[in-house]
Design a binder for this molecule. Structure first.
Ligand SMILES: Cc1ncc(C[n+]2csc(CCO)c2C)c(N)n1
Length: 225
């Protein structure tokens, strides 16, 4: 299922396949699939995710700063825009329907698992270059595409269908193919075609794997409102 999101993503996913499986097949994900995830856990997750996306938008803004080409800047700035004007607004809408006001959503206390993940990604952006930052961002972005695509096929309940469709839909899948291509071209531009033979490659894979493990913790947090 890793095909379609580029070569570097497939290699990084392969290098950290244990954590990747824990992330994409977490009990929270399986609960979305069969509809057994309690509504309270889902809403708790969404509120935390709203906070998560605030910091994630800031990290993508750092990618605008660290970019070296117009296209690299465009992808990053379009992502900041999409996150703040679309994805975060979906969360605002679902929470409003569940009686959680904007004020309450904005004031959500941040859980440590959430804080650890976003500050890890931001640190990759502050201290690292564009490649390091992308390696920290990609598990989150493409992981949801993989989860959405699988759940669209395997879901046995309609309860969480709107959530699944957001990530399984053509628009999000096509965006993730672009992100995979961006990662490939950014690596080749800076390191050459044989980037995966260089010492820096294992550092990038480690960053990818750490972000993946932090996604596992985020799902686990979702199960404990
Ligand atoms: C914990 C957590 N991980 C991943 C996503 C998915 N996601 C994060 S940013 C983005 C859009 C493009 O960058 C998408 C789909 C999420 N919402 N929450």
């Amino acid at each position: 299922m890793s095909s379609g999101y580029g070569k570097a993503f497939a290699l990084m996913r392969e290098a950290g396949q244990g954590p990747w499986r824990d992330y994409t097949r977490h009990a929270f994900v399986e609960g979305l699939k069969d509809g057994t995830l309690p509504r309270a856990a889902f809403l708790h997750y969404l509120r935390q995710d709203y906070v998560f996306l605030t910091h994630f938008s800031r990290a993508w803004a750092l990618a605008v700063v660290k970019a070296q080409t117009h296209e690299e800047m465009q992808v990053a700035s379009a992502t900041v825009n999409g996150l703040m004007h679309e994805e975060m607004m979906l969360h605002v809408g679902v929470c409003a329907d569940a009686g959680i006001s904007r004020e309450k959503l904005f004031a959500t206390p941040e859980r440590p698992e959430n804080l650890a993940y976003t500050r890890f990604v931001l640190e990759a952006g502050y201290s690292g270059d564009y490649l390091t930052l992308l390696a920290a961002l990609v598990p989150c972005v493409i992981g949801y595409a993989e989860i959405g695509a699988r759940l669209a096929q395997e879901a046995t309940s309609e309860t969480y269908r709107p959530w699944i469709d957001t990530y399984a839909g053509d628009q999000y899948q096509s965006y993730c193919r672009d992100i995979g291509a961006l990662l490939d071209s950014a690596l080749i531009r800076r390191l050459g075609e044989n980037y995966d033979t260089l010492p820096i490659w294992s550092d990038l894979c480690k960053t990818f794997e750490t972000a993946t493990m932090l996604e596992v913790n985020f799902w686990q947090m979702g199960l404990t409102p």
